[in-house]
Every structure is written in structure tokens, then in C-alpha cells.
Design a protein around this ligand. Structure first.
Ligand code: NDP
Length: 337
């Protein structure tokens, strides 16, 4: 439950876990609803946007005092909808609670259980919204070409880790930034990035980017915004592309007054900056699933997940995204089956 709207960086005490009203585990007759047992919940940076009292975004704010919601994997246990039967596993928007009453109008997809070797929680990351964001953003927005120089920020996170690996499979030179030496090590030694650096140890981000991209950046996949975007703008090649995926460094500022100063560079260099929402590209989702699942099964990509066990740890897990506590995709396990 969100206790109240948040100003600044969210902390676990902005949320609380409460014993709610007990619901019967039977879907009401005539409701076309179904009851699910929630198995895994996804922690995502966009949820920060729903913790403020602002109604002008693409999703409404959470209501203080009411349970939060987000992407999850859940098992149907009773149903009044003939399209969903007990035992079905679904992925989509569900409640941050043990059991939820859902309707098919919630954005849901069924998970086919023929993929026994792929853990169910991966449908929240590698094969879910985060992975799809990487896939759609990289191929649809960045128009990559073999041999190009790609920079990815928040590179070890849910989206970044796949962007970097897709860029490597595409024959690009790839550098990632992350906020700890442990993450830098993962980027270089597990995820196959050519280079990586800890942005918290750099006093001059422009100089750091010049070190790794002496001839400039062809593609910047921006997950953080702010001073990293500003530095990247100084280092873009002529006709470079910037995918504006997310601005996690700005999301928790209490005042939005901090601007970026180097945006002007986009003009003489004819840089294409494009913001996108993964939901604009859902027509590519089946192709994404087929490709990325294939890459994973063939051992061409790896996936790093950060799982915490128990709904009571969900507030800390979500808040941890904004201080970089997560190593890989942050997921909460509510129940294993
Ligand atoms: P991550 O798994 O990357 O987790 C967030 C990471 O952001 C943290 O681990 C931390 O990594 C980094 N971070 C936190 N605060 C700051 C800060 N102040 N400055 C720089 N980095 C910071 O999250 P996701 O992969 O799920 O999301 C990555 C981005 O993609 C987000 O901006 C998100 O909003 C965006 N997104 C956009 C979508 C779209 O449709 N456009 C869909 C999904 C996600 P580190 O330790 O390296 O700093």
C-alpha cells in the first residue's frame, strides 16, 4: 500500500504491507472475473511516476491507502471467464498482494508452459516488458548498423543488459555505464560488453565518454537522462541516434528544474533523439519473444535477475531501484506455485 504521495527518492517507509480484507477464493458468478494467486511481481522505475499526485501522464497515480499494482506473473485458481481456467499462468498487470481478482480487460497474456526450462519470473524481465523495451528501442528507434559504437546507461539493469547484448550480436562496439564496480565487472565479464565504467567514480563524464569513444558515439540508449545525457550529447557522431528510453536520474528529483545544457549539439550534428514507449511497438512482440527466447536457449545471451523472497520485502525492493541496489532485473517472489 502506498501510504502517501512521495517527494524525492522513494523509501520503503513510503509503503506498508497490511493484512487486507479477506476475499473468498471464488470468482463471483456473472462477474466475468477470475481469481489469481500472485507468484512474481516486477519492480519497475516507471512506478515512481505513479507515486506522485500527477494526472497528466500515460498512467494514473496510485491511490494512497490502496494496494499498489504492477506487472506480475500469476496462476488462475478460480474463474468466471471461459477464456481463463484454473491452472492457467498469466502475465500482466496485477495487484501487489497475495491474491487478486482480475478481469480480462487488465492487459494480460497467457504463458505457454511448454517452456519449462525458462523460469516463470523471466516473463517479467528478459521475456517481458523490460526485455521488450530493449528490443523495440534498439531495433525500432536506434536503427543499428554493424560496426557502430553504442553507449548504454544503467547498463546492468533489466533493460540495459539486453540492449548491450543485442548490440553485440549485431556486431557493434558496446560500452556500458553502471553505478558500482560489481556491476562493471558483470558488464565486462558476464554480459560481454567491450568496455564498462562506474559513472560514480568519474568526475568528468564528458572526459570518460571521450576515453571510450574517441571517434564519437553512433547510438546512445539512454536509461538515465540528466548529466549522462548531457555528456553524451557532446560526444555524438554526426547523424547519431539517441533512444530516450527513461530518465531514472530525474524521476526522483523533488524539483524538475534541472535542465540539460548540451541539447543544442543535436542540431549541427543532425542527431536524431527519439522518446518511445514500448507499448507503441506491441506489433513486434511475437517477433521479440521468438528471437530473444531463441538467443537465450542457444546460449547467445545471458540474463541477470535480482530476486527477493516475500511480499513484505517488496517496498524495499522497489525503493532500491532508485539507489541502484538491484543487480539485474528486480523481482519479488510472492509464492513459488
Ligand atoms: P534497472 O533495472 O536499470 O534499475 C534502475 C537502475 O537505474 C538502478 O539499478 C541504477 O543502476 C540506475 N539508477 C538509479 N538512480 C540513478 C541515478 N540517479 N542516476 C543514474 N542511474 C540511476 O531499471 P529498468 O531496466 O527496468 O529501467 C531502465 C530505464 O528504462 C528506466 O529509466 C525506465 O524508466 C526505462 N523504461 C522505459 C520504458 C519505455 O517504454 N520507454 C519501459 C521500461 C523501462 P546503477 O547502479 O547503474 O546506477
Amino acid at each position: 500500500i502506498l501510504k502517501k504521495y512521495v517527494d524525492g527518492i522513494p523509501t520503503e517507509t513510503d509503503m506498508e504491507v497490511k493484512l487486507g480484507e479477506t476475499i473468498g477464493l471464488k470468482a463471483p458468478k456473472g462477474s466475468s472475473c477470475f481469481i489469481v494467486k500472485n507468484l512474481y511481481l516486477s519492480c519497475d522505475p516507471y512506478m515512481r511516476g505513479r507515486m506522485r499526485d500527477f494526472h497528466g501522464s500515460y498512467l494514473p497515480p496510485f491511490v494512497p491507502g490502496q494496494r499498489m499494482e504492477g506487472f506480475g506473473v500469476a496462476k488462475v485458481i478460480d474463474s468466471d471467464d471461459s477464456n481463463y481456467k484454473p491452472g492457467d499462468i498469466i502475465c500482466g498487470i496485477t495487484g501487489w498482494e497475495e491474491y487478486s481478482l482480475l478481469h480480462s480487460s487488465n492487459e494480460l497474456r497467457k504463458i505457454q508452459l511448454d517452456d519449462d526450462d525458462i523460469p516463470l519470473s523471466y516473463h517479467l524481465g528478459l521475456l517481458g516488458m523490460a526485455g521488450f523495451t530493449a528490443y523495440a528501442g534498439f531495433y525500432e528507434i536506434c536503427s543499428p548498423k554493424k560496426g557502430e559504437c553504442v553507449f548504454v546507461s544503467a547498463a546492468s539493469g533489466a533493460v540495459g543488459q539486453l540492449v548491450g547484448q543485442l548490440a553485440k550480436l549485431h556486431g557493434c562496439y558496446v560500452v556500458g555505464s553502471a553505478g558500482s564496480n560489481q556491476k562493471v565487472d558483470l558488464l565486462k565479464n558476464k554480459l560481454g560488453f567491450d568496455e564498462a565504467f562506474n559513472y560514480k567514480e568519474e568526475t568528468d563524464l564528458d572526459a570518460a565518454l571521450k576515453r571510450y569513444f574517441p571517434e564519437g558515439i553512433s547510438i546512445y540508449f539512454d536509461n538515465v537522462g540528466g548529466s549522462m545525457l548531457d555528456a553524451a550529447l557532446l560526444n555524438m557522431k554526426v547523424r547519431g541516434r539517441i533512444a530516450l528510453c527513461g530518465m531514472v536520474s530525474l524521476q526522483s528529483l523533488s524539483s524538475s528544474s534541472q535542465g540539460i545544457n548540451n541539447l543544442y549539439n543535436a542540431i549541427p550534428k543532425r542527431v536524431r533523439l527519439e522518446g518511445f514507449l514500448q507499448s507503441d511497438y506491441l506489433h513486434v512482440f511475437p517477433q521479440f519473444l521468438q528471437h530473444v527466447k531463441g538467443y537465450y536457449k542457444d546460449g547467445k545471451i545471458v540474463y541477470i535477475e535480482d530476486m527477493c523472497e516475500g511480499l513484505e520485502l517488496a517496498p524495499a525492493a522497489l525503493a532500491g531501484l532508485f539507489s541502484g541496489k538491484n543487480v539485474g532485473k528486480q523481482v519479488v517472489c510472492v509464492a513459488k506455485e
